[in-house]
Unconditional design. Structure first.
Length: 127
């Protein structure tokens, strides 16, 4: 039994060292092959592919920031006054209104998912 364990450990060491050698070879091949792919654009001429990826990340970040700023403006200007008007019409105290709308807001995704499942093409309700 000890001989089996020793041979298994020896095999694991050999296969591990072979994998390490293969990984090192791939890394050295990749490092030696440093030709950057160039993309030709009508506006900017030749641009490296890595620069395009960086530019895409910057544009995506700006779009995300724009979306969050827009969401904040819509919530402050329209959503909050609408909730206050509903609370006043229902004669709710601020703490009850806050708890009610918080509960409704946190369960809204589940509600819409259930509605989509109930009225969708392939309903899984009752299965």
């Amino acid at each position: 039994m000890v001989a089996g364990i020793v041979s298994a450990v020896t095999y694991m060491r050999e296969s591990s060292s072979e994998a390490t050698v293969e990984t090192a070879r791939l890394l050295s091949d990749n490092a030696a092959n440093t030709n950057t792919t160039m993309c030709h654009t009508a506006l900017f001429g030749e641009i490296a592919a890595g620069d395009i990826q960086i530019g895409a990340l910057i544009v995506a970040g700006l779009l995300i920031a724009f979306t969050f700023i827009g969401l904040a403006i819509v919530c402050d200007e329209f959503f909050q006054p609408a909730l206050e008007a509903i609370s006043e019409a229902l004669h709710l105290t601020p703490d009850v209104a806050g708890a009610t709308f918080l509960a409704a807001g946190s369960s809204a995704p589940e509600l819409f998912t259930s509605l989509a499942d109930a009225f969708g093409d392939a309903s899984s309700i009752g299965e």
